[in-house]
Structure formats: C-alpha cells, structure tokens
Design a protein around this ligand. Structure first.
Ligand SMILES: Nc1ncnc2c1ncn2[C@@H]1O[C@H](COP(=O)(O)OP(=O)(O)OP(=O)(O)O)[C@@H](O)[C@H]1O
Ligand SMILES: [Mg+2]
Length: 260
C-alpha cells in the first residue's frame, strides 16, 4: 500500500509514528455487554497484536467476533477495560476523537459492506477520504484510487456505477478499496468471503494479502479453511474463555458455554 506516493504533512507525521510504533492493538480487562442486565458478550483479560501482524480471528456464529471488531474500531464503547491502538489510548477518547482517529488510521470492511447504495463507487470511496480530512490534491487522490482499483482488479468504469448495481464480489472489492484508500495502519475485515465460492475466495484472499501487505490486519471468519493465509490465529474461545454466548437453537434461545 505504501507504494502510493503521499507527500503531505499529515502523512509524514503518520509515517514517523509508524516507525516508532511496535504494538498495533493492546486490550486489557475488556468487558462488553449490550445491556446492563445481560452477561458480558466479550470478556478479555489481555490481548496484544504487534504492528504488521495479520491475525485470523475465528469463532462460531454469535461468539462475539463482530462485537469485538466494533469495539476495536470504536463504534461500540467497552463496558469496562481499555483498548489502546498504535500505542495510544483509544477507548478512553470521546466519540468525536475516536471517529477522527478511526477515519485516519483504521480501514474497516463490515460484514454487510455498508456501501451507500444510491452513491456511485467513486462517491463511496471519496467519502472515506473526506472524513479522514486528508489534504491530498484531487490529482493525487484520483491516482491513488486508480492504483487501488487496478490492484483489486476492478475496471475503472465501475467507478461511475451505483454501489447497488454491482455484483457481491465487486461490492466486496469496493469495500476493500474504501477501507484502504487512506492507507490505514490498521485494517479490520469482517467475514468478507462468506458469499464466495472456493476459487473466488482464494483469489480474493491473495489480492487482500497483497494490498494489505504493510498494514496490521484483523480478519474475522468462522471458516477455519482461511487460517492458512495468516501469521497468527486467535479463537474467541481462547480470547474470551469465560463468556457465555447466546446461540439460537430452533425457536428457543439458550445460553451455552462455547467450547471450540
Ligand atoms: N446490537 C445488538 N444488541 C443486542 N445484542 C446483540 C447486538 N449485536 C449482537 N448481539 C448479540 O451479541 C452476540 C454476539 O454477536 P456478534 O454479531 O458479535 O457475533 P458474531 O461472532 O459476529 O456472529 P456471526 O458469525 O454470525 O457474524 C450474539 O448473541 C448477538 O445476538
Ligand atoms: Mg459477525
């Protein structure tokens, strides 16, 4: 990703931070419940991810993978405990400060992609540039966008299509382009391959590993076959061993202790 030439002051400051920083994620005594009355969905004593690591996070449906990712990107706030990102306090920031930090440093690919359906692909991606407050010129931004589309094997005419007129595979790659356009240090990817067949999944993974080569990446899937693409594997049952996960069983809902 850093093959893209960035020469404004925001990026030189960021590059200085990148060199010094060794730990991308540090979680301590993290607990999260959706309501005051309910037991924690997430209960992690300690978890560290080094800068540059590509981590595969697995766990069955309902085990809290997306919840953990939402905590890491600041769209949810811990009930207890701390998250530090890039060696800076993150969960303690105000909502506004977290939004700013996320826009500048974190690329997120949501489970449902979250593209804005009535906007074009270019508008969807440029919105991420706008929210990051990047001071790049239009020419540089266009060049970065073309470079990414090329790497992700998306033809440039796709830029003018409305997001909801794309195939699922194309939407996935646009969501990745949007997550990568600001050259984020941290990439958080939630189940991007669940709708793909094996061949499409393998070529998507090779592309993702290539474009994210210089970022720290947390990649979530319940599909353990994906593990071989990653440096490190963490399961929700190891990370959050004491959590009771709610699983639907027929029309009853029962609390079960996860054993993976
Ligand atoms: N907004 C919410 N309000 C209340 N409970 C929620 C909410 N979102 C998720 N949950 C509950 O939290 C638990 C964990 O959900 P989460 O979406 O994190 O699981 P997951 O591991 O990502 O599952 P999947 O593999 O199906 O995507 C589930 O029991 C779910 O019902
Ligand atoms: Mg999920």
């Amino acid at each position: 990703m850093n093959t893209i030439n960035k020469n404004n002051s925001t990026h030189s400051q960021r590059n200085a931070l990148e060199k010094e920083c060794k730990t991308a994620i540090e979680v301590s005594n993290l607990q999260f419940s959706y309501t005051k009355e309910s037991a924690p969905i997430i209960d992690i004593e300690a978890w560290q991810v080094s800068k540059g690591e590509h981590v595969f996070l697995s766990g069955p449906s309902g085990s809290g993978k997306s919840t953990l990712l939402n905590l890491l990107c600041g769209t949810l706030t811990p009930t207890q405990g701390d998250i530090a990102l890039l060696e800076q306090p993150f969960s303690a920031l105000s909502n506004r400060q977290r939004d700013k930090f996320r826009a500048r440093n974190i690329g997120v690919v949501f489970q449902q992609f979250n593209l804005i359906p009535y906007l074009s692909v270019a508008q969807n991606i440029n919105a991420a540039v706008y929210f990051a407050g990047a001071k790049t010129s239009k020419e540089t931004a266009d060049a970065q966008l073309r470079h990414l589309l090329d790497k992700l094997q998306l033809p440039s005419h796709v830029l003018h299509a409305k997001a909801d007129a794309l195939s699922i595979g194309q939407q996935q790659r646009v969501a990745i382009a949007r997550a990568l356009i600001n050259d984020p240090q941290l990439l958080i990817v939630d189940e991007p391959t669940s709708a793909l067949d094996t061949d499409a999944r393998d070529s998507f993974m090779s592309l993702l590993k290539d474009v994210a080569a210089e970022s720290t990446m947390i990649f979530v899937s319940h599909d353990k076959a994906m593990e071989s693409y990653f440096d490190r594997h963490c399961s929700m049952s190891e990370l959050s061993p004491c959590t009771n996960h709610v699983k639907a069983s027929g029309d009853k809902t029962q609390i079960v202790q996860e054993r993976a």
